[in-house]
Design a protein around this ligand. Structure first.
Ligand code: ADP
Ligand code: LRH
Length: 498
């Protein structure tokens, strides 16, 4: 078989990368052709992604590939979108889900508006959350596209009026490179605008929220050839025959497509800026408890479900690192782990998901520990350890909410950049009391590549896919240790939620 070359652009919340895959029929060889840092910027109090710079960086990534490519695919973080007008012009910079305006209050006011007959605000919010879940199968999270669009109606009505279509980030990028206007299922599932059961837009909910359903582009699925690059771009990057292959636009769906599980049913943690814990599932999870546990029935690359809980993730570590840098201390992630490992175990915990906004994290964490009567971390290492142990404890809490649905062998597959964090992997095995198996650290790009190879007919079955993953990427296993100590400490962690 001739070697197949495909390029995956994988935009995470902390960096973008262009990964070139060469597939020889058995094995993928990955080359990182281009990596570029990116972050949101706050302008005039509002958080934006720099789509112009992302676009230029991706063109540069294409230019750097010297061999002819059989496909290029794009995946990004969830929920965010840009808008175009009826003439196809881009309307402003896409807003970031970290915008401080996308808070609980904004979400609650939308939820309460779904049940205007209920005059008690708290009850209306609860009822509204049930309604939103019943229409979508997705948990209400303050940064979902639904709540952002409602905010935009109030904050930027003129721009919303000018909008003809809303395009989710990967689909916006595909549009800029090809002119094709569509919404891919997996990324659309993160918006809370899609009825996951019926697999069509949740029109009634949108109308109640005052969002015109015509704003959404037609829904379709990964695996399609979206057509060639715009001719002027193809010429510029020297890839005149390159076609865009539609992959699951949501990076988490890509990461799950790269889990090296031979079984069809498995439990995963996609670990990066976010930690996404979930299970593969043939059906949606529903009911009161699912709503309370904030489980979202997000979409897989092939049109299925992967009930998932969003956990704040290694954003905490990234924010600590940025804070240390501001104090003049430059630590690598590996160095941060050494510092954490040297500290006393299980001293103090935070509730990870309470830390969404950027800021002075050492100060925020110390203040939280003082307020909750726990030992205040005194060193940088102690702060890092507190974050890693708290994340592992939160993983345990989420795992317990998923456990009623786990009918297969208890083990957790971890993929993504965070799989390189050996300290956290071990903490996770200890906290959950089950084996942890780590897979590709570039899982999001690998999933994107596997989906392109599938679209090109390079493999067909799950078994063939697992053989390719096994031949291409190492795995490692972590067995639980000191579980009695972690069990005792978990009781202290749980008290923070009472
Ligand atoms: P995203 O896709 O959200 O940008 P990644 O999947 O690239 O995130 O994961 C980034 C995270 O991976 C970093 O926040 C860091 O915590 C972790 N990481 C990266 N490299 C290492 C390393 N060498 N050791 C430990 N952790 C690492
Ligand atoms: C992780 C992720 C996650 C959420 C968040 C906003 O990168 O895609 O699944 O949707 O971004």
């Amino acid at each position: 078989m001739d070697t197949i070359n495909v390029l995956a652009f994988d935009l995470g919340a902390s960096s973008g990368r262009g990964m070139l895959a060469r597939f020889d029929g058995t094995k993928i060889t990955l080359e990182e052709v281009h990596r570029f840092p990116h972050n949101f910027s706050v302008l005039n109090g509002r958080a934006y992604w720099n789509i112009v710079s992302l676009y230029e960086e991706m063109k540069e990534g294409m230019r750097l590939c010297k061999e002819p490519l059989s496909g290029v695919g794009f995946d990004t973080w969830g929920v965010d979108c840009g808008m175009i007008d009826a003439q196809g012009n881009l309307l402003g910079m896409p807003g970031s889900y970290r915008d401080a305006a996308l808070d609980q209050e904004n979400m609650d006011s939308v939820l309460a508006s779904f049940v205007p007959e209920e005059k008690d605000h708290d009850k209306a919010v609860q009822e509204g959350e049930r309604y939103a879940f019943s229409q979508t199968g997705i948990a209400s999270l303050a940064y979902n596209t639904l709540y952002k669009l409602c905010y935009q109606q109030k904050a930027m009505p003129e721009q919303m009026k000018a909008a003809d279509k809303i395009l989710f980030m990967p689909n916006l990028i595909e549009y800029l490179f090809s002119g094709v206007v569509h919404s891919e299922y997996s990324i659309a599932s993160t918006s809370q605008l899609l009825d996951m059961k019926e697999k069509k837009w949740a029109v009634e909910l949108m109308e109640k929220a005052g969002i015109a359903p015509s704003l959404l582009a037609p829904l379709d699925y990964a695996g399609k050839d979206l057509g060639p690059l715009r001719p002027e771009i193809a010429r510029e990057v020297g890839q005149e025959k390159l076609h865009i292959l539609s992959v699951s636009g949501h990076d988490t769906a890509c990461a799950v497509a790269a889990v090296p599980a031979r079984e069809e049913e498995f439990t995963f943690l996609s670990s990066g800026t976010w930690s996404l814990m979930g299970i593969s599932s043939k059906t949606m999870l529903e009911g009161e408890q699912v709503i309370r546990d904030k489980i979202s029935n997000e979409g897989t690359w092939d049109g299925g479900y992967r009930p998932t809980v969003n956990i704040i993730g290694l954003w905490l570590n990234q924010e600590l690192r940025r804070s240390f840098r501001r104090e003049g201390k430059e630590y690598s992630f590996a160095r941060m782990n050494e510092m954490a490992a040297a500290e006393k175990p299980l001293q103090s915990f935070i509730r990870p998901d309470d830390f969404m906004q950027p800021g002075d994290y050492p100060e925020k964490i110390r203040a939280y520990c003082a307020k909750t009567g726990q030992p205040v971390p005194q060193t940088d290492g102690a702060l890092i350890r507190c974050v890693l142990e708290s994340l592992a404890m939160r993983y345990r809490q989420v795992y317990q909410s998923l456990k009623p649905y786990i009918t297969w062998e208890e083990k957790l597959y971890i993929v993504g950049g965070g799989a390189q964090n050996q300290v956290l992997n071990q903490f996770t095995a200890n906290a959950l009391g089950i084996p942890v198996i780590t897979g590709a650290s570039e899982a999001t790009a690998v999933g994107n590549i596997m989906e392109q190879l599938y679209a090109l007919g390079a493999y067909r079955t799950r078994e063939e896919k697992c053989n390719i993953l096994a031949a291409s990427f190492d795995t490692a296993e972590y067995l639980p240790q000191d579980t009695a100590v972690w069990d005792e400490a978990y009781r202290r962690f749980e008290q923070l939620y009472q």
